[in-house]
Design a protein around this ligand. Structure first.
Ligand code: ADP
Ligand code: ZN
Ligand code: ZN
Length: 816
C-alpha cells in the first residue's frame, strides 16, 4: 500500500498538493511537520503536511517528498483547522495563510539567502563536516543562496542541514533582524536627602558661600523645584544655572546633590503598583465579576469602558487568573498601540512571562517567540499585533482584543485579508479560550452583536479615581473668522486655554488628522465647500488641471475662484497639515518645546517611541500629531487636547466616516486629564451642529450607535448587509474594463441587483496599474457561504478565459 500526504505549499495555490511518502519514512511523518518537496521543474519548497492517507491523486502522478524536516510537528492541529476556516471565509489560498503564519526563517526554499550569524560565538567543535563546510563558505561570502550550498555539498537537498545551522546559531536567514528597543534614560538631579532639613540646608548654604558657582547651582535648583513639580533634569539645571557639568559633578561627589535616572514617568509613586497585586476599585470589581460570569458560558464579551476607566487593570487581573491555571494568553493590540508604555506595564506584573510579537521591534525574534509558544517553554502571555493570532498556542485560555474598534486589525494587503478581531472569535471557538473585546468606543458591529445578545456586554462608565471625563467644547471657527478672532489656524479660545495650561506646567496635545495638504475648496466667509450633485461628498481640488472633481462618479467642474453660495472671493483650499501647524506654533509659543508626531517624523525604527518618551518626560510641552495620538496612550500631565479641525474627518468619503470620527475624537479627547484634574478638550469646527460632534461633546455613544445603525440599515451596509469586494488590476486599461465587466455580468446572473459596479476607485491608477472594483452586498436573508460558492464558480470560468490572464483578481471579504 502506498502512502500519501497532502502538503500546503507557501504559494497562492487553490489546493493542497499530494505527494508520495517512502515506506521507511511513513513512521516518522506526522501532520503539521515541515517537508521539503519538489515543485515545478527545479524548485524545492518547504511545505506543511496537512493530511496523511492512502489515496493517490487522480489527475496527476504524485512525486515523492524529498525530506522530512522536523522531528515533531511545528504546526498544531488547531492551527490547521483555523487556517482552513480562514482560507474558506476570506476566500484565499491556504498557502497565503501559511506564509503569514510562519516566520520566514521556517520556510526555507531554494532561493532563500542565508548569512553568517555574527551575533553569537560559534561552537566549531559541535559542527559536522558538512556543516563546517557551509560555515567556512559563509565566512568567505557575505550571503549565499541555498541553491549554492546545494552545489557546494553536492547534495540536492540541504534544507535540513541549513535548519541545523540556524539552530546552532551559525547561520541566519537574511531578513530584517529585529533589534531591541532601548528607551532613552534621562539623568535627573535632586537635593540629597540630608539637606531636606531646614537646619542642614542653612549650614550648607553658608559653607557654599565660599564657592559662589556651587551656591548658585543649589539656589537655582531650589527655585526650579518651587516653580514646578516636574523632575529636574541635569540638562535643565545646567542650562538654568549656567554652570558647567563639572560643578554639578563636584556637588554630586560631595553628596550635596543626588543623581538618578528615569526611563519614563515613574515619579508619581502613588500610582506605582505593587508587583503581582491588582487592587481593583468597586466599579472594576463589578466589571470583572460580570466578565467572569459571561466566561462561564464561554460567551464572547465586549467590555465597553470609557477612556481611562482602568480597562488595562482588569485585563491584568484576568490574565493573572488564566496563567495561574497554566494556560496561555493572547493580548492583541493594534500595531501602533504596542508601545513600551504598555509592555513595561505588563512586565511590571508578569516579568519574563510576557512575550512580545511585533513586526517593528521585538524583544525576541519571531522564531524564538514561535518556538516558545509551541513548546510552552517561556512566556505564557503573548502581546502582539494582528499576526499573533497565527502563533501555535497549545493551551489558550484567554484572548483579549484591546482597542477592538481599531481598523488596523484588518489586513488589506497581501492575502490573507483577514480581520484579527473577527478571526479571534473563531480562534476562541476552536481553542475553547475565552474572548474579551475591549474598547472605549466599540465598533458598530461589535456593539450590534452585544445588543443582540450574541456577545455579553459589560460597561465601565467611570474613570479610575473618579476623575471626571474631559470637558468637551466646540469652537465655531466660522464665527471666529467672521469676528477676526483667528490667528492662523488657532481660535482665540484655543490659544487662551493653551496659555493657561502651559502656565500651570501642564502639557497640550493638538490633533490634526492630515499630513500635507488636503485639497478641498472652502469659503472663508460661509464655510461652504462645493459638493458633487450626484454624491454626498465634497469635490476635491485637482491642481494639475485646475478642476474640482468627485472621486465617486467622476463629476467635475472648473476650479471656482468665487464661492458658489455667497459669492465671496475668500476661498481657500481647506486642509492644513501638521507641518503648517507646527510652523504657526513656533511663532505663537516661541518659549515652549514643540513636538510633531506623524508618519513623517516617526519613520525611523524607533521614531514613534522616541517622541512618546520625550513627551512623557516632559521634554515637549506641546505635541501636535495625527491619529497616531489616539492609540491608547497614557500620559499623566496632559490637561488640554485641541482638535484643529473636525471637519475633514467628517467629510471623509466612506460609509464609516461618521462612526470613525466619533471613535477618533473620543479617543483623542481621552488623552486629556487622565489623573487627578479634569481635562479639557476643544474641537474647532465649521459645523458645531453636526450630530456626531454633539454626540462627542456629550459622550453619547449610544445615541451615535443608534443613529449610525439606522443609516447602515437605510443604505444597506454592515452589520445588516455583508460586503465582498473584488478588485481587478492590470497595466492594460482595456483589459481591466473587459475583465471586470465580464465578471460583473456573470455575478449578476445569480446575485442580481446586489452586484455594484464595476467602478473605478478614487485612485484608479497606482504604480501604472489600473484598478476597478465590484462590490457585492449580501442581504441578511442570503447565505454567505452560498454566495461565496457562486463567486468561486464564476471565478473558475473566468480563470479559463485566456485574455483575462493578465488581470489580477483580488478578493476581499469584509473589506472595511
Ligand atoms: P483604560 O485602559 O481604560 O484607558 P487604564 O487602564 O490605562 O485605562 O487606566 C487609567 C489610569 O488609571 C492608569 O494610569 C492606571 O494605572 C490607573 N489605574 C486604573 N485602575 C487602577 C487600579 N485598580 N489601581 C491603580 N491604578 C489604576
Ligand atoms: Zn461662501
Ligand atoms: Zn459624485
Amino acid at each position: 500500500m502506498n502512502h500519501f500526504v497532502d502538503v500546503i505549499l507557501p504559494l497562492p495555490l487553490p489546493t493542497r498538493f499530494t505527494y508520495q511518502v517512502r515506506k521507511e519514512e511513513i513512521g516518522d511523518l506526522k501532520k503539521g511537520m515541515r517537508v521539503a518537496v519538489p515543485f515545478g521543474k527545479t524548485k524545492v519548497y518547504t511545505g506543511i503536511t496537512a493530511n496523511i492517507h492512502q489515496e493517490a491523486p487522480k489527475i496527476y502522478k504524485a512525486k515523492f517528498i524529498e525530506q522530512i524536516l522536523d522531528d515533531k510537528p511545528i504546526v498544531t492541529q488547531t492551527q490547521l483547522k483555523f487556517w482552513k476556516w480562514l482560507s474558506s471565509y476570506y476566500m484565499c489560498a491556504e498557502g497565503d495563510i501559511l506564509k503569514a503564519a510562519l516566520p520566514g526563517a521556517f520556510l526555507l526554499e531554494s532561493e532563500t539567502v542565508v548569512e553568517l550569524n555574527t551575533k553569537t560565538d560559534i561552537d566549531e567543535e559541535g559542527l559536522t563536516d558538512e556543516e563546517y563546510l557551509v560555515y567556512e563558505a559563509l565566512q568567505n561570502q557575505s550571503v549565499i543562496k541555498i541553491k549554492e550550498i546545494s552545489n557546494l555539498l553536492g547534495k540536492k537537498n540541504v534544507l535540513k542541514i541549513l535548519q541545523k545551522l540556524v539552530a546552532k546559531n551559525v547561520a541566519v536567514v537574511s531578513q530584517e533582524l529585529y533589534k531591541q528597543y532601548k528607551p532613552k534614560l534621562i539623568r535627573y538631579i535632586k537635593l540629597a536627602e540630608l539637606y531636606h532639613k531646614e537646619e542642614e540646608l542653612q549650614q550648607l548654604l553658608e559653607t557654599l558661600n565660599k564657592a559662589p558657582k556651587q551656591s548658585s547651582v543649589v539656589l537655582t535648583l531650589f527655585s526650579l523645584l518651587a516653580k514646578s513639580k516636574k523632575p529636574i533634569s541635569v540638562k535643565q539645571l545646567i542650562k538654568e544655572s549656567e554652570a558647567s557639568a563639572a560643578i554639578i559633578k563636584t556637588l554630586v561627589d560631595k553628596g550635596v546633590l543626588d543623581e538618578y535616572y528615569l526611563q519614563k514617568d515613574r515619579t508619581d509613586t502613588q500610582q506605582q503598583v505593587e508587583k503581582f497585586q491588582v487592587n481593583l476599585n468597586e466599579n472594576q470589581q463589578q466589571a470583572y465579576a460580570e466578565i467572569n460570569e459571561n466566561f462561564q458560558t464561554n460567551k464572547v464579551t465586549l467590555l465597553h469602558g470609557i477612556t481611562s476607566s482602568g480597562k488595562t487593570e482588569i485585563y491584568i487581573q484576568l490574565i493573572k487568573d488564566v496563567i495561574s491555571q497554566g494556560k496561555q494568553v493572547l493580548y492583541l493590540l493594534p500595531e501602533i498601540a504596542l508601545t513600551t508604555q504598555l509592555i513595561s506595564r505588563l512586565q511590571q506584573y508578569f516579568g519574563e512571562d510576557v512575550l512580545v510579537f511585533h513586526s517593528k521591534y521585538s524583544l525576541n525574534e519571531r522564531v524564538e517567540v514561535y518556538q516558545h509558544v509551541l513548546e510552552q517553554t517561556k512566556g505564557k502571555i503573548v502581546i502582539g499585533a494582528r499576526s499573533s493570532i497565527f502563533l501555535p498556542f497549545q493551551d489558550l485560555g484567554l484572548i483579549i482584543v484591546d482597542e477592538s474598534h481599531e481598523t488596523t486589525f484588518k489586513q488589506y494587503d497581501p492575502a490573507p485579508r483577514y480581520h484579527a478581531r473577527d478571526a479571534s472569535v473563531v480562534l476562541s471557538n476552536i481553542t475553547k479560550a475565552n474572548l474579551l473585546l475591549g474598547s472605549a468606543t466599540p465598533s458598530l458591529e461589535s456593539y450590534f452583536n452585544a445588543q443582540h445578545h450574541k456577545y455579553g456586554l459589560v460597561s465601565l462608565n467611570r474613570r479610575y479615581g473618579n476623575v471626571l471625563p474631559p470637558q468637551v467644547e466646540l469652537v465655531d471657527v466660522k464665527e471666529k473668522y467672521k469676528k477676526k478672532l483667528m490667528k492662523g489656524r488657532f481660535s482665540d479660545t484655543l490659544l487662551e486655554e493653551m496659555k493657561i495650561t502651559l502656565s500651570e506646567g501642564k502639557q497640550v496635545i493638538l490633533f490634526q488628522n492630515r499630513r500635507g495638504f488636503s485639497p478641498i475648496l472652502e469659503c472663508n466667509t460661509c464655510g461652504h465647500s462645493p459638493q458633487c450633485p450626484n454624491c454626498d461628498v465634497s469635490l476635491t481640488y485637482h491642481k494639475h488641471n485646475n478642476s474640482l472633481r468627485c472621486h465617486y462618479c467622476g463629476y467635475h467642474i472648473a476650479m471656482q475662484l468665487q464661492c458658489i453660495a455667497c459669492k465671496s472671493t475668500e476661498v481657500t483650499t481647506k486642509g492644513f497639515g501638521t507641518e503648517q501647524i507646527e510652523t504657526e506654533l513656533k511663532s505663537l509659543f516661541p518659549n515652549h518645546k514643540i513636538g510633531r508626531m506623524d508618519l513623517d517624523t516617526t519613520r525611523g525604527k524607533h521614531g514613534y517611541e522616541k517622541i512618546i518618551t520625550a513627551f512623557e518626560q516632559q521634554e515637549i510641552d506641546i505635541l501636535i500629531g495625527t491619529q497616531m495620538l489616539t492609540k491608547g496612550l497614557d500620559f499623566r500631565n496632559v490637561d488640554l487636547v485641541g482638535v484643529m479641525s473636525a471637519d475633514s474627518l467628517l467629510n471623509f468619503p466612506d460609509f464609516r466616516a461618521h462612526e470613525r470620527s466619533f471613535h477618533m475624537l473620543v479617543q483623542v479627547a481621552g488623552r486629556a486629564g487622565r489623573t487627578k484634574q479634569r481635562g479639557k478638550v476643544l474641537i474647532q469646527t465649521y459645523n458645531p451642529n453636526h450630530q456626531i460632534l454633539q454626540q462627542v461633546t456629550t459622550n453619547s455613544y449610544l445615541e451615535m450607535y443608534k443613529e449610525q445603525l439606522q443609516e447602515r440599515q437605510n443604505y444597506k451596509y454592515p452589520p445588516f448587509y455583508r460586503l465582498i469586494k473584488l478588485t481587478f488590476k492590470a497595466k492594460d486599461f482595456n483589459a481591466v474594463n473587459e475583465a471586470s465587466s465580464w465578471f460583473a455580468k456573470g455575478l449578476a446572473q445569480g446575485l442580481k441587483e446586489n452586484v455594484l459596479g464595476p467602478e473605478f476607485p478614487p485612485v484608479a491608477r497606482i504604480r501604472n496599474e489600473y484598478y476597478k472594483n465590484i462590490i457585492i452586498k449580501i442581504p441578511p436573508e442570503h447565505s454567505i457561504s452560498k454566495t461565496k460558492e457562486f463567486i468561486e464558480k464564476v471565478r473558475k470560468t473566468y480563470d479559463s478565459v485566456g485574455s483575462f490572464k493578465k488581470v489580477r483578481l483580488i478578493l476581499n471579504v469584509d473589506p472595511y
